[in-house]
Design a binder for this molecule. Structure first.
Ligand code: GDP
Length: 296
């Protein structure tokens, strides 16, 4: 399960303090040392850990944990709040344009789960009574168009395609036009997976961006890849002005580094968590719930 190692370690640290009626400043420092190690082992970015520990310590001293009768509870509460802040605080909602359709552009590395996410998001929007159109802009991966068509077919959402011989920029433009003409209120544009170092493909997605001016640019990242996911997010953000991140494969045994670092490193909120291969395994990302889950 995701975050298992981190959860167990934090519960051990706080378990030691919880039953105690009184703790010393040394106890607090010792606990923070262990929290720091637990976060580093969970593959959280080094600088993020450093800032996090400093903030928790500052609050702990400010709230005079050592004078409290329930010091363990006070510390857990502080850590819970700081973890929530670290992951973005408030839940970040999907964009909604005042002038429909709302255009959403998907970006990410191949295999991160973009095409799957595109289908899942359409299903979620449909459940919320929206009328989404899918646009098949990945013309490079064999079967990507078919995969999207199968997903669309499963949920009864149409897929706009011009095959794989037309440029993705043109496909995206015409897809958005189709949505406008036919009264769809969301357009989800799937794109080819690309490496941030691949200049040609990066330029292509920038061209799609200029052509359709999306309301939302979602970067889909595989949570299992830890700090690498954060590095990918950072360089995509520098080139493409992301508006949100989607973490996929949170059903795997990810240590948690990506979820805990990506907002702090990029400034981009995590909007959704994908937790399986099935089309309904998508959740809005709630930082507070995730923090509580980590602390057990
Ligand atoms: P793309 O290349 O970014 O479009 O990636 P795909 O959408 O084709 O997904 C790549 C693989 O990851 C597929 O086998 C998906 O079924 C799988 N996948 C996607 N999201 C998740 C997820 O949240 N959990 C798990 N376990 N697998 C996922």
């Amino acid at each position: 399960m995701a975050f298992e190692g981190l959860s167990t370690r934090l519960q051990n640290v706080f378990g030691k303090l919880k039953g105690r009626g009184k703790v010393s400043e040394d106890d607090v420092n010792e606990a923070m040392r262990e929290v720091r190690l637990a976060l580093l082992e969970a593959d959280v970015n080094f600088k993020v850990v450093k800032d996090f520990i400093a903030k928790v310590k500052e609050r702990a001293i400010g709230q005079e944990v050592v004078k409290s009768f329930t010091p363990g509870m006070v510390i857990i509460d502080i850590v819970n709040k700081e973890l929530t802040e670290l992951m973005g605080g408030e839940q970040a909602k999907l964009a909604k344009s005042n002038k429909p359709p709302t255009v959403i552009l998907m970006a990410g590395l191949q295999g991160a789960g973009k095409t799957t996410l595109t289908g899942k998001l359409a299903k979620m929007l449909q459940t919320q009574k929206h009328k989404p159109l899918l646009v098949a802009g990945d013309i490079y991966r064999p079967a990507a168009i078919k995969q999207l068509e199968v997903l669309g077919g499963q949920i009864g959402v149409p897929v706009f395609t011009l095959g794989d011989q037309v440029s993705p920029v043109e496909i995206a433009k015409q897809g958005v036009k189709r949505a406008k003409d036919e009264g769809y209120d969301y357009v989800l544009i799937d794109t080819a997976g690309r490496l941030q170092i691949d200049e040609e493909l990066m330029q292509e997605i920038k061209d799609i961006h200029s052509a359709v001016e999306p309301d939302e640019v979602l970067l889909v990242v595989d949570a299992m890849t830890g700090q690498e996911a954060v590095n990918v997010a950072k360089s995509f953000h520098e080139q493409l002005a992301l508006t949100g991140v989607v973490l996929t494969k949170l059903d795997g045994d990810t240590r948690g580094g990506a979820a805990l670092s990506v907002k702090a490193v990029t400034g981009c909120p995590i909007k959704f968590a994908s937790t399986g291969e099935k089309i309904d395994q998508l959740e809005a990302f709630h930082p507070d719930r995730m923090a509580s889950r980590i602390l057990g």
